[in-house]
Design a protein around this ligand. Structure first.
Ligand code: NAD
Length: 364
């Protein structure tokens, strides 16, 4: 088995606790990983005076693959979000979030197994906005009226929603390639093309073009986002890979996480052309940080995605099986999962991790 060097960014809050758990599980899977630690978030502010030091970005660039714990975004300090900055710096254009039911959880649905692929670089998230009453808002409103495109109220703030052919093509192609590499059969593109013809309509047109290249290998369908949300809460198991522009992707990936058991078990990845950064969907959970209560499952499943990416499919599958075994036994579960079920003894982060490690060790 090849050795891989991976940048580990523990982050802050519950980040260090769940990173330690993740490392123990990856070690027990047999994957040969050399970890190089880099800082982001509160420890980086203390050490370097910035939440995202250049040395951390360089470390990810060097190793190409990183796994990251959550990072607190300090409010009102002028520091920008580490996550947004990292995505921008490394052009991590695809945000990938699998949502899969785990055994033993009291879910309404038992057979959800979908992957949300969210465009990560444009849409309303580019942050181009004109403040209400500003000269820019007035100018834009004037131009729009002069061009005969419509009227904007003089007291309106304006957010700009760019959706490009190139970024749409990249994300849809990523979704189809991911489907092929993971042996999945269908891609659903989600949009509001009936209303926003030049942004969502463009996204849909490009999606249809790309889908033609995969005809016969991966099926394609599209859904309007509002109908899609209703389908998600009535029959989510019909979906396989779902590809969306940035805003819908943000909302729908939380909806999907909620359907299968919440933040404690939702993994994710940010993929670029050169680098990939794997991280749980959840944040730094300051309310439980340092108490040994955090559920490390989301970061451990993010590590399994990372191992797939590194070509270590067997180790990744072993980790998923071990997690599923611990969940279906139902004896060793952290507080967030216990709160969803009928109750029972609450396991600490360390106890849960030990149970997963034991499953991996007995298998080898
Ligand atoms: P959060 O996800 O940190 O917490 C929401 C709730 O879920 C809390 O009650 C928390 O205890 C619980 N929770 C989250 N993860 C858990 C886990 N693994 N095990 C058990 N319980 C868990 O969201 P928040 O409170 O809105 O954000 C806290 C901070 O994290 C903010 O500064 C926010 O900006 C940041 N954040 C960072 C990331 C990231 O680094 N990727 C993502 C989201 C939020």
């Amino acid at each position: 088995m090849a050795q891989h060097t991976v940048t580990l960014i523990p982050g802050d809050g519950i980040g260090p606790e769940i990173s330690e758990a993740m490392r123990a599980v990856v070690a027990a899977s047999g994957a040969d990983i050399a970890w190089e630690q880099a800082e982001a978030g509160l420890p980086a502010i203390e050490q370097y005076g910035t939440p995202l030091p250049a040395s951390t970005i360089e470390a990810v660039r060097k190793n190409k693959v990183a796994i990251k714990g959550p990072v607190t975004t300090p409010v009102g300090t002028g520091f920008r979000s580490v996550n947004v900055a990292l995505r921008k710096e490394l052009k991590l254009y695809a945000n990938v979030r699998p949502a899969r039911t785990l055994p033993g959880l009291p879910n309404r649905f038992t057979d959800v197994d979908m992957v949300i692929v969210r465009e990560n670089t444009e849409d309303l998230y580019v942050g181009i906005e004109c403040e209400q009453g500003s000269p820019a808002a007035a100018h834009l409103a004037r131009v729009i009226e002069q061009e005969g495109l419509g009227t904007i109220a003089s007291d309106a703030g304006i957010s700009v929603k760019p959706i490009s052919v190139s970024a749409s093509r990249d994300i849809v192609r990523y979704a189809f390639d991911y489907a092929v590499s993971q042996g999945r059969s269908k891609v659903t593109a989600v949009h509001k093309a009936n209303i926003m013809k030049h942004s969502d309509g463009l996204f849909l047109r490009v999606a249809r073009e790309v889908a033609r290249e995969y005809e016969g290998r991966v099926a394609f369908e599209d859904r309007i986002v509002d109908a899609f949300c209703m389908n998600m809460v009535t029959n989510p198991s019909q979906f396989d890979i779902v590809v969306l522009p940035n805003l819908y992707g943000d909302i729908v990936s939380d909806l999907a996480a909620g359907l299968v058991g919440g933040l404690g078990i939702a993994p994710g990845a940010n993929i670029g052309r050169e680098e990939a950064v794997f991280e749980a969907v959840h944040g730094s959970a300051p309310d439980i940080a340092g108490q040994g209560k955090a559920n490390p499952t989301a970061l451990i499943l993010s590590a399994a995605m990372m191992l797939d990416y590194l070509g270590e499919m067997d180790a990744a599958a072993a980790i998923r099986e071990a997690i599923e075994a611990v969940f279906s036994e139902g004896r060793t579960l952290t507080a967030d999962i216990r709160a969803m079920s009928q109750g029972g003894a609450v396991a600490s982060t360390k106890e849960f991790t030990a149970a997963v490690v034991e499953k991996l060790q007995t298998r080898r």
